[in-house]
Design a protein around this ligand. Structure first.
Ligand code: 6PG
Length: 271
């Protein structure tokens, strides 16, 4: 067996896979899981996925609206999209960049999702800054949330073409944390939330209301530390329903999980 991480114990169906093409699992309606042999393959596939959706949206509606995830997993995807072999395949004049969440810090703060995206992608592609809509993490949280919601309602035709999301090992996504009242919000698209990660701080997050309205929602999950939670989210278990990532259910849009073999190593579903 070569190419599969040690976390795929002997006898697991993934073990017999020849590294290369992803394995696919389907969990119910429009909920597809792509399992990639390693993080590198996941990054490449995720970049291809964004290019494909961008090109389809531009062909259909003349523009592409995307909400980007923060955290560490998507950064190499953004860097891949900035690479000439990918960047030349997106018409950046038609792209409209938004954020799924933001920490309440200034835009040049090391913990700012905007700063991460700017360094990994925005500074390296020909996008008009007027088409990049960051969340004002430096403002009062409630004001920042209301202002961003106003921006979304002005800029979107009601929904995103694509929302990229990550998942924490506690099952949070965007800045929707377990027990957060924002999980039960039925009207607002953007809310301030309190988090303890990476330390106690306020954050601003999209709510499930606007995420579930998207034409496509794609989770990017990698690493063995996510394996147990990913199994709970996808295959159920005590308390699974309370996990924020499990609460994301696109109304009509496609829900896709793009994961690496480490993160998938505890899935019981057989491909
Ligand atoms: C953030 C993200 C957050 C992230 C998860 C997973 O602002 O940190 O929006 O929801 O996606 O914490 O982070 P990793 O990809 O770094 O594991």
């Amino acid at each position: 067996m070569s190419g599969w991480p040690r976390s795929v114990e002997r006898g697991h169906p993934l073990e017999r896979r020849v590294p290369g093409a992803p394995q696919r699992l389907v969990y119910g309606a429009a909920r597809e899981v792509e399992i990639h042999p390693d993080r590198e393959a996941l990054v490449d596939a995720a970049a291809e996925h964004v290019v494909a959706l961008a090109r389809a949206a531009v062909a259909a509606r003349g523009r592409f609206t995307i909400a980007l995830a923060g955290g560490g997993t998507p950064r190499p995807v953004y860097e891949r999209l900035a690479h000439p072999t990918f960047a030349c395949r997106i018409d950046w004049s038609r792209a409209r960049i938004f954020f799924g969440d933001e920490r309440c810090v200034p835009p040049d703060h090391p913990e700012s999702n905007y700063r991460m995206v700017r360094e990994a992608l925005l500074d390296r592609v020909p996008i008009d800054p007027a088409n990049v809509h960051r969340i004002a993490g430096e403002d009062d949280p409630e004001k920042a949330a209301r202002d961003y919601e106003q921006t979304l309602r002005e800029q979107l035709d009601g929904s995103f073409d694509l929302v990229l999301l990550g998942m924490g090992d506690d099952g949070h996504t965007a800045s929707l944390f377990p027990g957060s009242p924002a999980l039960d919000e039925a009207r607002r698209w953007v809310l301030p939330t309190e988090s303890t990660r990476p330390h106690p701080m306020w954050r601003i997050t999209l709510t499930p209301v606007v995420i579930d309205a998207a034409a496509a929602v794609t989770f990017l999950v990698a690493g063995a530390s996510k394996a147990e939670r990913l199994r709970e989210v996808l295959e159920g278990g005590a308390g699974a329903e309370s996990l924020p990532a499990a609460r994301i259910r696109p109304t009509d849009g496609a829900l896709r999980w793009m994961v690496d073999a480490d993160a998938a190593s505890q899935l019981r579903r057989r491909p």
